[in-house]
Design a protein around this ligand. Sequence first.
Ligand code: MF3
Ligand code: CO
Ligand code: CO
Length: 253
Amino acid sequence: MIYIKTKTEIDFIRESCRLVAETLQLVKGHIREGITTRELDQIAEDYILSNNAVSASKGYAPGWAPPYPAAICISVDDEVVHGIPGDRVLKNGEIVSLDITVKKNRYFGDAALTVAVGEISEDKKKLMAVTERSLYLGIAEVKEDNRIHDISAAVQEYVESNGFSVVRDLTGHGVGKFLHEDPSIPNFGVRGTGKKLKSGMTIAIEPMVNMGKYDVVTARDGWTIKTKDASPAAHYEHTVLVNKNQCEILTVC
Ligand code: MF3
Ligand code: CO
Ligand code: CO
C-alpha cells in the first residue's frame, strides 16, 4: 500500500525527519578514535527521548530477525547496514555509517550518513563521496510522474561508472505512517520502469555502496549486513517528499 500523505501528516513527518537530521549531526560530532559504538547509541537515544520521540529501530522486529536491540544502527567498514552498537571501539582510518530512525507524534523519519574516523584512505574518501553524490542524483529524479526506477538507475549508473557496486538485497522504501511502507526503491534498475511517483508520497532513498562486489551476508547476530568480500561499504539516506516539481528533502536541520 502506497500512502499519499495529507498536509497535516506531512507536517508531522517533517518534524520527525528534522529530529532525525539533528540526531545524526549530534552523533557525527562525537565520532572519534576511542569512542565505543554503545556510547554513540546512548547519545542518540538520550537526544531522541528528550525530544518527546522514540527510536523506531529499537525493538523493530520484521519477522526474520530478533527485535533490534539498540536505538540506532552503526555499521563500521565492511558492515553495510544494521550494525548493532556495542563494545566496539572506533579506530583511526575506519568509516562509520550511522542510520537513525525516529517515531514522533506517531510519524516516522529515516536517514543515514557515513563518517570518517580520523584520517582515512583515498579509496574510502572516494567511496563516501560517490555514495553521497549518488543519493543526490537519485533525489534529483524525484518528482510527480517520474518512475521509481528512474531513481534506481540514476544511483546505479553513477556508482558503477566509478567502479563501485550497489547492494542488491536491500532497498529504500516509503516511510511516514510506518517505518517501512511501499514502494520499495532499489538502487539498481531500468529508467522508465516501476510505479509512478505522486505528490504527497514520502520515500526514503538509501544507496548502499560496496567498494568491491555487491554480494552481502548476514552476521550471526541476525542483523548486521556485511560485504561478502570484506570490502568497505558506505550508506547515505534521506527521507524526501514528492512534489509536482522539485522534491523536498525532509531529513534536514
Ligand atoms: N533505518 C533502516 C532503514 O533505512 C531500518 C533499520 S531497522 C533496524 O530502512 F531495526 F535495523 F534498526
Ligand atoms: Co535508515
Ligand atoms: Co530506510
